[in-house]
Design a protein around this ligand. Sequence first.
Ligand SMILES: [Zn+2]
Length: 427
Amino acid sequence: MAQTTWQFNLDHQPHTVTAEISLFGGIRSVQVDGTALPAAGESRFDSPGLRNFSIGGHSFQVVKYAGGAALLMDGQAVPSAPGQPLPARLQKYEAQRAFWQKLSQLTGLKENPRADGQLEWRNRLIGTADNRLVVLNYSLSNQTLRPRIAIFTRFAEEKDLNGLRSKIESDPAVLALAKRLKRFTLEMTVQPVGAAILLPYDLRKTTPEQVVEDIRTLFNVIKKYTRPLPLTFCDWGQCKSAAHPRELVFYNHSPLLVCTSCMPLLEKAGETNQARFNRRTPGLLKAASAGLAVAALVGVFFGIWKVSIILAIASVALFFAIIAAMNRLTIKRTAGMIWLAGAFTLLGVGIATIMEATLKLMRTLNEASQVQYGMVFSQPETVRMMLTNLSISLVLTALTLWFALHQQQQGVRELTHPVIEHSGVLD
Ligand SMILES: [Zn+2]
């Protein structure tokens, strides 16, 4: 447990904020001028690593990061005491923030910090350009963890996605840009009514002016091959004809254009999803048979090849194969299904071991041997193999199970408690 304190003046009044951070957990408590803030979750955008509050009309956040905690006032990092330097990590954050502020000035897009974004992830610009919605987001490349700008824009429904994608990718302007960035191609996601192109940038090498030029280039390429969203368009549900004005909202961080009459439905999305999720039947029996079939088939196969140990080492793959088989037969993934998949993984490894042990035992038998039912289980060789294989598989399955259950919990939470942020940008 570490305690961090910030002292600062606001409108000539001294203030003290103290945060208690646990090393592996999150923010334990935050005290503002000696008074504890309510527990996490009071604010809609709080999370274990983020607390929101306000003092005198200014928004404040306590943010946990690897190696410390930051206090942000209206997005700006506050030093521990007036005149003190910021830690290196926060100087980096401030450099990024200045870069995005400059982007905002140059593009005319509005700063719209992501409410639950931590440090750099707050950076987001929104607005319209040539009657088209534009969202610029901070993002990181999956492979190199280099910062990128995700450029989102929307367009009228496009049926031929691959065609659109190749038109964008083979446009001379995009080819020239990729070449300058020393990339084979630019990363992009093309969807029926919108696209995101990811533009890598390096604060030490790229200027905001250059980035803005590149963004304009990409934006013009998309404009060239798509038509603007029709006025009747609304992102919500089955809405056929939008009631204007429409607002740009972020639904679990995805930019959506929602019309006035659908907005109340959007606010209730969490409850609606919860009800729909509860109504679905899990079909556990069907899922169980699919999982069992995979475990048994794979188990027998590896047993016959006498490589049950390989199956034990590949427990993670077996686990996901079982989950995939279950998913094909049911529409609702439950925590129960995931536990069952864990059990089937161990069963599969067990089956493979017994097969392998039986085949080995059969080779040692001769005419005089007395064959008894179940004698394979009394062989020391079987016991040794079973112990080794099951313990390898148990460790790997436990880790996978922990990961899958965590994902499941997160998925259900995102479904039933979507993060909805209003941007105020109307179209
Ligand atoms: Zn609508």
